[in-house]
Structure formats: C-alpha cells, structure tokens
Design a protein around this ligand. Structure first.
Ligand code: CA
Length: 281
C-alpha cells in the first residue's frame, strides 16, 4: 500500500494536478465535462472508483533496437512490425520499425508546421494526431494520405479496440471519438481513488483495458474504460538504466500490443531501445 501511495504521489507531483486542479493539459473538446467529473457532470465518488489500484511489478522479456532519432508519440504493433508516430517540428513522421533489425522505414512525413502525436490502426486506416494543429491525418497501410479531419483541442494519444477510437488530450480525460467526424461521443475521466490523473498521453488497448503513459513520469496506468478508474500502476523507471542516456534522452512514451502473442512493447522518446515487458502482481 505504501508503494502505491509513493507512486501516486510521484504521478501527482509530476502532473501537478491531483486533488482537482485543472492542470495545463490540452483543451477540453467542446461539450465535454472537465476532468474529475463524469460525462453527466457529477463528481465520481463511488466506492468502486475509490478502490486502490494494483501496483504491478514487471520484468523485461526482450530488448530490441529503437531509432534514437525518433521522438516517440504513438506506437502500435501490426503485421509483424512496430508502427510509430513521431513528434517534434520537422521530425514528425509515420514509420515502421523491423523488430529484429531496428530498421526504420518512413512512410509519411508531416509538414514542419505540424507536430505529430499518437497513431492507431482501425480497419485499414491509420490515424495520426497532431499536437496543436487540430488535424488528424488518415493514411492507408502504405502511408498514403487519403484524408485529414479537423478536431478541437490538442491531440496526444490515440488507440482502438478494433471498433472504437479513444483519444487523449493531455488532461485527465480520454474521449471515445467518432472515427468519421472525430467528434467526442463520450468522455472518460481518469481517476485514481477519486483523484484525476492528468497528462494522460500515449494509449494502448490491451485486454479490454486502456493502458496510458502519464506524461513526465515513467509510469503507465491501466484504466477501466467503462468507469475511468485506474485499476493498475506500472512503474518502469528502471528501464532508464538500460538505455543510452544523453542530452536528448526524454521520457518513457509508447505502448504497443501484439494481440496474437500477448507481447507488450514499451519505449521512450529518443530511446535507443524498445522493451518487451511482462507485468505481474
Ligand atoms: Ca499505443
């Protein structure tokens, strides 16, 4: 229990938003509730939502090369490849990485005026968010752009359960969004023991739960998408001891899931390695 408190304190400290602060995360899409409230605007205080999360331990199953020039903003696994969306002005790409060789193939590049964010594959369409441009770019699997959609607010992370899209904007909210219009259908307030967890970043749908990087921390939270309650916490700060650290090395970010084998991959911004991990209680 003490460990959980410590980790939560770390999240709260980094996010500077626990206890109901509005935080400095992205704008809230129009018509949606603020962090800490349900979609109906009611404070979330039920006993179930206040249950303490499980603090999971983890082990590294395998290490793979990762492009150290990639500022990882989105990550998913498909067709035997890791698909990655990168950020930074002039460095924002949609790319694939071969796990065994680390070979990177850039499929599309954003204009210098756009900062790339999360990516997700739904059907045959790859969605790529942008941070502040209010645009999602839709590609086919070859990386050919076939449409862009405007949305309100910031874009951070995106994932899918195979039918629905879920998007974060840097606040404590995750939105289920319409894949065609990109309008929010439902807001999910991410809460741990009644407190909003701000800075929800890269997302991954794993076994009917949403895993999320918490920006500025080495922590992943495991969220019940129905209630927004944080059910589990994984502290991956030890991974920093396994990578090359230099002046460019940035935070843990990027979660991918190979549903066929159950493998879970994580990496970070400008990290030279990508890790397959397992978690356990
Ligand atoms: Ca992901």
């Amino acid at each position: 229990m003490k460990k959980i408190s410590i980790i939560l304190a770390m999240i709260c400290s980094a996010a500077a938003a626990c206890g109901g602060g509005s935080g400095s995360g992205g704008q809230t899409p129009a018509g949606q509730s603020a962090a800490g409230q349900s979609a109906a605007g009611q404070p979330k205080t039920s006993a179930a939502e206040e249950a303490a999360p499980v603090y999971y331990r983890h082990r590294v199953v395998a290490e793979y090369p990762h492009s150290k020039t990639s500022y990882t903003q989105g990550l998913y696994f498909s067709d035997g490849l890791l698909w990655e969306g990168t950020g930074q002005w002039g460095e924002s790409h949609l790319q694939t990485t071969d796990l065994s060789t680390g070979r990177r193939k850039v499929l599309a590049s954003l204009p210098r005026s756009e900062f790339g964010e999360g990516i997700a594959l739904l059907g045959d369409t790859i969605y790529q968010l942008t941070w502040t441009s209010g645009k999602a770019h839709l590609y086919d699997r070859s990386g050919r752009l076939h449409r862009s959609i405007d949305y309100r607010g910031e874009g951070w992370g995106i994932t899918t359960d195979g039918e629905r899209l879920f998007m974060s904007d840097g606040s404590a909210m995750i939105y289920e969004i319409d894949p065609v219009t990109f309008k929010p259908r439902r807001g999910i307030a991410v809460m741990s023991q009644g407190r909003p967890i701000e800075n929800i970043n890269e997302l991954e749908w794993i076994d009917n739960r949403i895993w999320a990087n918490v920006y500025l921390t080495s922590t992943i939270v495991i969220i019940d998408p129905a209630t927004g309650r944080v059910e589990g916490i994984v502290d991956l700060s030890d991974l920093l001891q396994r990578i090359e650290i230099d002046s460019t090395t940035d935070v843990l970010n990027g979660i991918a899931y190979d549903a066929a084998t159950g493998r879970i991959f994580v990496t970070g911004k400008y990290w030279n390695k990508l890790f397959e991990i397992e978690i356990f209680e």
